[in-house]
Ligand binder design. Structure first.
Ligand SMILES: C[S@@+](CC[C@H](N)C(=O)[O-])C[C@H]1O[C@@H](n2cnc3c(N)ncnc32)[C@H](O)[C@@H]1O
Length: 367
């Protein structure tokens, strides 16, 4: 058989299996959410015997019916989330955690768990707009169709969160767990940038998790956690951090350096430029800087062999771009060329990009 014909048959055989991912792909996320809801990773980790946990023991620990739990665990073991190992001389089996299931511990605030993020993204409010993705893509350029989130909820995510404290809490917890993972990496990569800096404003700083980490790492700085009033109402009271309510589109409080993580991607270019101008105005001329923690989408696929880790990080960035389409009105992940455009339009003539070996990197814009 010709090589090209064999390749085509191989691709067709692969496709006929891959299609099922799109038919039932949601089961992966739903089963992981179930494990988090039931605190299965915690039940295994904290089991008194510290041995692999049998189905009978696990069903008591999480108050679940053994027959359903068996099916969920069979699926999650197949997914590599938990392990099932022989015990009692091979006469029975028990479950153990894996590095992946430990990232699903809702009770752990260790800078690794992303469980609160899973619960936020799988909430009914955040799932519903996904089913309208095609309507925004098919919408004429004049934006006559409302974005998916607004079409479902009648308002944007920040207005909905203001009216819905439960959703607002989920957002805050999701952001905080992401911050615990990423901000220590930023601090390590940008240590020099905090030298000689007395005041830092975290724009859209949520409940203050970021500044809590930064003032511990750089105790000479005074932090101002700046966010919408309903978020500031529930912000943490932290030594060295003052909480300030306001609208970042009006102005940003004056400071030596602005920190802005995962905010600019929520907005289209017009709002993004306006916000960057406010950040620029907030810092002193010649020495002021704005630290932007965001993704940079690769312009082109590297021609050379691409590291598996790089490829996986890029996949997360592209998924995040889909999230922006589903959950914000105009937000997007940007390529370096797109960042260059908004930074130049906002009047920043000089910037540099630092890698933190994660989905995001740090763009430092100098006033
Ligand atoms: C995606 S979250 C990022 C939170 C935090 N920077 C982090 O990365 O964990 C965006 C934040 O922007 C805040 N925000 C949205 N609109 C705002 C506005 N007009 N003024 C101030 N903050 C705003 C939201 O309340 C939210 O905390």
């Amino acid at each position: 058989m010709q090589k090209s014909k064999r390749n085509l048959l191989d691709e067709e055989a692969k496709a006929s299996l891959d299609i099922w991912r799109y038919v039932f792909g949601f089961a992966d996320i739903a089963a992981a959410k179930c494990a988090i809801d039931l605190k299965i990773p915690e039940a295994i980790e904290n089991h008194p015997s510290s041995l692999p946990v049998t189905l009978a023991e696990l069903s008591v620990a999480v108050s679940a019916s053994p027959s359903h739990l068996h099916r969920i665990m069979r699926f999650l073991v197949h997914q590599g989330i938990f392990k099932q190992v022989p015990i009692k001389d091979g006469l029975a089996t028990g479950y153990t955690n894996t590095p992946l299931s430990r990232l699903m511990m809702i009770t752990k605030r260790d800078g690794k768990s992303l469980a609160p993020f899973v619960l936020f993204e799988t909430s009914p409010e955040m799932l519903a707009p996904w089913l309208r993705l095609s309507s925004i893509v098919a919408s004429p350029a004049n934006g006559s169709h409302p974005p998916p989130f607004d079409a479902v909820h009648g308002k944007d995510v920040w207005a909905l969160a203001e009216d819905n404290p439960c959703l607002s809490h989920m957002i805050n917890e999701a952001m905080a767990c992401h911050t615990r993972r990423v901000v220590p990496r930023v601090a390590r990569a940008c240590h020099d940038l905090f030298e000689g800096v007395a005041t830092v404003v975290d724009v859209g700083g949520c409940t203050g998790e970021t500044l809590g980490i930064l003032v511990k790492e750089f105790p000479w700085i005074k932090g101002f956690n700046f966010d919408l009033p309903h978020v500031i109402q529930v912000a943490q009271a932290l030594d060295g951090v003052e909480n300030v309510g306001g609208d970042m589109f009006d102005s940003v409080p004056k400071c030596d350096a602005v920190f802005i993580k995962w905010v600019l991607h929520d907005w289209g270019d017009k709002d993004c430029i306006r916000l960057l101008k406010n950040c620029k105005e907030a810092v002193p001329p010649n020495i002021g800087k704005v630290l932007i923690v965001e993704s940079v989408i690769r312009e082109k696929k590297k021609a050379m062999i691409v590291e598996d880790r790089d490829e996986k990080l890029e996949h997360v960035r592209l998924m995040l771009d889909m999230v922006m389409m589903a959950h914000t009105s105009t937000g997007k992940e940007r390529t370096l060329k797109e960042w260059d455009f908004v930074l130049n339009e906002a009047g920043f003539e000089r910037y540099e990009v630092r890698d933190i070996d994660d989905v995001q990197c740090v763009i430092i814009a100098y006033r």
